[in-house]
Every structure is written in structure tokens, then in C-alpha cells.
Write a protein of this length. Sequence first.
Lengths: 227, 447
Amino acid sequence: MPKWAMVIDLDKCTGCGDCMAACKVENNVAIVSPEQAEENRVMFWMDMMTIYEGEYPNIKVTRIPKPCYHCDNPPCIKVCPVHATYINPEGLVGQIYHRCIGCRYCMAACPYTAKVFNWYEPEWADEFKTCMNPDVSLRMKGVVEKCSFCAHRLQHVKEDADAEDRPINDGEYMPACAESCPADAIFFGDLENKESKVYKLSRSPRAFKELEDLGTEPKVIYLSKRE
Amino acid sequence: MEEKKKTTVDIDEALYRPIYETGKGFYITVGVLLMIILFAAFMYIRQVYYGLGVTGMNQPVTWGFYIVNFVFFIGISHAGTLISAILRLSKAEWRRPITRMAEVITAIVLAIGGLHPIIDLGRPDRVLNIFTAGRLQSPLLWDVTSITAYFTASTVYLYLPMIPDIAKLRDRGGKLRWFYDFLSWGWQGTEHQKKVLNRAINILMVMVIPIAVSVHTVISYIFSMTLQPGWHSTIFGPYFVVGAIFSGIAALLIVMIAFRKFFHLENYLKLIHFRYLSTLLLIMSLLWFYFTFSEYLTGIFGAEPHEMDVILYKMTGPYAIFFWGMVICNFIIPVIVLSFKKFKTIKGILFASITVVIGMWLERLNIVIPSLANPRLELSTGMYFPSLTEWSLFIGALAVFVLGYVLFSKFFPIISIWEIEEGREESIKEVEERVKSYLPGPAGTTE
């Protein structure tokens, strides 16, 4: 059974935010009004952490892309009262929007603050309504959502591989963020496959995970010489 | 015999009077409360229609007033059943005029508190999913279980000791005879019925104590089972239970003082009752401080960075006013007021009780919001401002509480009449014998 994981090379990342945009379009993530954004209700499945160090004019800015970490030991699924969030055998942590009761306990329990909530009925600009991704179901108000590692893409890849009776090739299943990254800083693949790029990168001495000491075993691995 | 019964009824006439005499004040109170409740209901329907966006909650502060009030109200509910059960169990004779009031608080407040998580849901239409797809591994389901058990046990525990009083109302005739006839369950006051009733009460009071303790422990588990700084603490269970009993006693004292004034029950609720109960309040205040001190000292001494973020947010950050307000309201004021006999008057006790209720509400606020507002990762610190919707539902919940109490006291005696009678007729002798049995017997005898 494969175990899907992401590697983000922070030394390559320019912090351009293309992954965020690609993710929003790919997953039909609602676009909130500026007033709502002011109230901290922005919806990003792929978020960007920005850290400012030092004092003006010597400021060092670090930008870190932050998707859902798809923990192997996810604190969110432990607390869900209705089985609306789960981890599948391939290590993908999913969300069942039509079952979620909107108690937001998973959001409170997630140490990475990876989940977002539909505070109002989600809205899109008219231009977007004509180019929704048909593979990703739309969410309704009052439910929690989060990055799915573009699990709908895996379905397509699986169908293709099954039709041709072959295993899934390394690099065949790529989430939108990894595919769109202009700096080639996001890698995606199977951690169980010792030949995969992701496996090799995860062994790099530059590799680290966020809040590893919590024992959540995130499957998003960062690479950086700094820190 | 006939003659004697009549006189006892007359003695306690003050307890019946509020049921049969309805003044203008009653209708005005009920009208005002209903208006507040209707407005809150309107705000809630509006919230269901538009979504939780009408509240002040956001990311990362995903829980707000609703969860704070949930913990707060369930805490208040410990006033009743637990205190009345402990007092009954320890044979405290001064409990007699207090137990009924305490139990009514539990029943009403528990219903209000139990509704709060549902008000908080983004999809209240799917609330039944917790039965069709429920996960017993989730602390929220533990809550559903223990609150349901507590509500069932405490309403039965409220109802059973009411039966003889309802029968008295039935026998007096007058209004709503069919209603009292139905509720009194054929009570005639025979020896057998008394024996059965006493046994049932005894079983329930023993059962209700562990259930009550479990309720607030499990509510604390909602927080302490997560990995979040400020929540992930082993003392949260007992800390919440102590806080619950603390705020419960304070609420009970406020209710007692209110009824004493409005129903003129000075003869039943004497200064001694308030003194005893406020001593209990003082003890709980010290216990609360002990827990709070341990909780924060371990955090500060260990100085784990994420833990410190939350503690500093409370002590010196945006929540400093609420944190230190909590310490003043829960510890400094009650200890000063309740330690000196000079201040331990009805007014002093009322003041201390009100500050304790406010302080315990602040404590719940201090637990829920700062941990959410300080995400572990390098994200911006959150802030939470409750919206009009949340305020009106808060005030609406308080109005439901007052209305519930007013209506209850309109239909049932707020002080257990038969228990007072029992106290007069039997307990004096019983207590004398009991005290004698504590004392050493004639020299040289052993049991």
C-alpha cells in the first residue's frame, strides 16, 4: 500500500504563493469578501506562514507553505464525534462534508491549524462559476474543510494505471500545488517506494517536520539548511 | 389529628402563598423575559439561516461564547443535585429549606447548558448524526452520554422529593387539580409509601454524586484530550469539578437571597443557612485558588515556549484584564468578604456570590479563548470579539433560567414543605439520639 507524502524544499521556495492560487482553483475553495478576510475567515487549503525576523530595515522574511500535514497519527480524527474526518489506508486524511456537523472540534484539536470553516454559504465570483473543477464537490455553509492532497487526482491516476495494468509511476500523482510550483520546490510521491524522489528527499539531512515532538507524524516534510 | 394537620398547614402558609397569589410583578417579569427569549430565538434562527458567520468566531478562534457558556452553565448546574445530595448524605439538618432550590437550578441550567453545543453547531440539522454515525472515542460523545445521564438522574431526583408536596397541593384543591393529581402519583402518605420514597431518594442521592462528578470531568476532557497548550493538562478534571461546585454554590446563594426577598421567606432561610453555605463557598474559593496556582505555576516553571505564549497572553497580553479580574472575583473578594464575620451578612454574601459567578464565567473564558488564539505554528495571534448574536443568546439563556425559576415557583413550593415538617416532627428527637450515639457510653462498655 502506498503512503502519500509531500516534500517542500524551503531553500528553493520563493514564497510566490502560486501553490495557494493553484490550490484554490483546483479545489473550488470559496473566495471570501475582503470584510470577511479582515475577520480572519480566509479560506486556504494551502496556506503560507510568513515569519518576520529582525528590525527594520534589516528584516528577514521566511515564507513557509502550509497544507494539511496528513498526519499518520492525526489529532483531528480522534476527536470527531461523527466520523466526518478519517485517515485512509494510503495515509490520506479526508473530510466528509456531508456528514460533518460543524462542531469545529477538529479545528480546535489540530496543532497545525490546518482546517478552515465555512462561516457563510460559500461564494465565488461569476468568472469562477464557469470554470469549477467538476471532480471536487462543493462545500456548504457550516462544515469544516481542508487540504485533501488533491485526492480526486489520485482517482484519475488509479483508473489510468488500472486500465494499463501497471503500478502508479513516481510523479504521476501530483497535487495541484506541486504541479504548479514554478520553483520546483514541492515534491509529491509514495514514501513506501524506496525509489521515489520523495523517499530519497525525506532521508536528506536537511529534512525536518513541524512539531515532530507531538508524535503526530506529519507526512509533509520540509527541507531547509536554515533553522 | 385533624386539628393538628390544619395548624401545620397554617404554619407553612408562606410557602403556599406564591402559588396561589399572582401579582402584577409576575406578569411583568414573565412578559419581559419572554420578550428577551423571543429576541434570542430570532437571533438564533437568523444564525441558522446565514451560517455561523454572524458570530464573532473566526480562524483560529473557532470556539467562542457558546462553548464558554456551555462550560459555565453546566458548572452552575453542579449547585444543585451535587450539593443537595452531599448535604442529604451527610445528614446536615440545615439542608431542609435549601435542597429543592438547589435541585431546580440543576434541572433548568443543565437543560440550557446542554443546548449550547447544539447552538454552536455549524449544521444543527445534522445533529442526529451523533446517534447514527457517533464515535464513542470522541470526548464530545462522552459529554452527550454523561450530560444525558445527569439530566435524567437530576430531574428524577428533583421530582421524587416533590411528590408529597404535590399531593398536599392536590389535597388543598383549587387550581389545576388534575395536574397535581396526575403528578402526585396517588401519594397518600402511608407508611409504606414513605418507606419506598425514602429508599428511592437514598439510592438516587448516592448515584447522582458520581454522575455529577463525571459530567464536569468529561467536559474538561474536551479540552485536555487535545494537544493544545493550556488545555493539555492532567489536573483539568478535578479543576473543572471544583470550579463547577464553586460557581454552583454561589449561584445557589444568589437564588436563595432573591427568593428570600421576593417571597418573604426570612423565617425559612435564616442567616445561619447563609453562613453555613458561604463557609462552603469560602472553602471552594481556597480550593479553586490552589488548583489555579498549581496549574499556572507548573506552566510557568517549565516555560515550554508554546505554553508560555498562552500564559503570557492571559497574564500580560490582551486577556490580562480578564485573567486578573478572574483572580480578584474568585479569590480576593470572596476570601476577604467571607473570612470576617463582620462582612458575612446577607448583603456581603450576595456580593461575594455575584463576584464568584462572574469570576467563574471569566475563568471559562480564560480557558477557552487564549489557547485557541495562540496557534503553535508561526501564524498570527487570533482575537475574538463576540457579536450581537452571541450576546443576545447569552442574555437569552439567562432569561430562560430566570423564567424557568419563576414558572417553577408559580406551580410548586420552592421549599420542600414535607421535609420541613419532618424536620419539626421527627428530626429534633432523631438528632438528639444521634448525638448521644456519638458520645462515649458508660465507662467500660465496648461495641
